[in-house]
Design a protein around this ligand. Structure first.
Ligand code: COA
Ligand code: ZN
Length: 325
């Protein structure tokens, strides 16, 4: 599919999940004021959506126990949707009360991962999330459903597309305006991604479809390119490649936002993101979390961030010129 869409560069919406998917994994508690400053800086880079926090049990995820304070403390920027992960009715009430723009409901496509992550069967999750969706719809707050392990489960293996489609259908019937297919542990591969993306887009053309890839096995960017070819225009990613899942063995970070933006802009897509501003935020992430992060673009620079020539080059150049003369 071409990078040009209706005469303009094709728009790809970038959605940042670092403050939630990233910080939930960190052993240090990032102070509330620092989280707010982190989200505020991200909100000014041109990202379409930011997952600010999770309204989950503070015992389950202590790193995000300040969800209300963060959601209430951030500055709202026109055009940026501030979403939050919500696992149950309690979380929905907290999130709506704190002024969250969109509730991101979560359950797994497979029974084993759902039991490990959410301590419920999928049917129990669905019953709870149906209640959450009805609360959100009544409150006029948008609902997105994130289906974990949509491309494979670290315990069950392959997941049939039909299983994923059935859960999508049930959530669309509940009034979800968006579906995110999550490759929670980096099991997706391009052919699979393209096929599932095409099916979901054809079946629910009016539903916002997001793909959420982890770069666990180096397939993050190839999967994004395959999804774009299949018509997908929204991707989750995390600045500095932060992230993972506490209940998925070996899970590593999300695909890195600045790597994706750098690549897509070179390929002629319009991400809407100011890469220089995003890199400024990424450079501050190690200080925020207390360890180095794997951001190739921060480490190597953008493609045309050139380096000064070594001092020896001038002398060699002069010697070569003298020989010619
Ligand atoms: N917000 C605040 N507290 C919550 C809560 C929420 N959304 N959901 C549950 N709790 C509290 C309960 O009040 C209870 O507290 P208490 O022990 O002081 O009474 C405790 O958590 C246990 O509640 P219970 O209803 O028995 O739920 P649970 O322990 O089975 O928890 C989850 C289920 C899913 C809500 C919880 O495990 C959770 O939040 N997990 C986080 C999942 C996650 O974020 N995974 C990573 C991203 S996919
Ligand atoms: Zn994830």
């Amino acid at each position: 599919m071409s990078t040009v869409w209706n005469g303009a560069r094709r728009r790809i919406h970038m959605q940042e999940v670092g403050p939630r998917d990233g910080l939930q994994m960190e052993s240090v508690f990032v102070p509330t004021a620092d989280k707010i400053a982190f989200v505020d800086a991200l909100s000014r880079t041109g990202l379409a959506k930011i997952e600010v926090t999770a309204f989950v049990s503070p015992k389950a995820i202590p790193a995000l126990r300040d969800a209300e304070d963060v959601m209430r403390g951030i500055a709202r920027v026109p055009g940026v949707v501030h979403t939050a992960l919500v696992p149950n009715v309690r979380g929905a009430e907290r999130a709506i009360d704190a002024g969250t723009d969109e509730l991101n409901l979560v359950m797994s496509a497979t029974e084993t991962h759902n039991l490990a992550n959410l301590r419920m069967t999928r049917e129990q999750s669905f019953a709870g999330l149906a209640e959450v969706a009805s609360i959100a719809v009544d409150a006029g707050v948008a609902v997105n459903i994130s289906l974990s392990c949509a491309f494979g489960c670290p315990m069950e293996g392959d997941v049939a597309d039909l299983v994923v489609l059935r859960w999508c259908e049930r959530f669309v019937e509940l009034g979800a305006s968006g579906i995110t297919l999550c490759d929670t542990t980096g099991m997706a591969y391009p052919g699979q991604v393209a096929a599932l993306a095409r099916t979901v887009r054809n079946r629910w053309p009016g539903t916002q479809l997001t793909m959420h890839f982890h770069d666990t096995r180096g397939l993050g960017l190839p999967n994004i390119l395959a999804a774009i070819d299949a018509g997908v225009d929204r991707f989750d990613a995390s600045v500095g490649g932060l992230g993972g899942c506490p209940y998925a063995p070996g899970a590593s970070g999300n695909v890195c936002t600045e790597t994706v933006v750098h690549a897509l802009e070179l390929m002629g897509y319009d991400t809407g993101v100011d890469l220089a501003a995003l890199l400024d935020v990424s450079r501050r992430v190690p200080a925020l979390v207390g360890h180095d992060v794997a951001s190739p673009i921060v480490k190597a620079g953008r493609r045309l961030d050139l380096h000064p020539e070594p001092a020896s080059v001038a002398a060699l150049r002069a010697a070569a010129a003298a020989r010619v003369a």
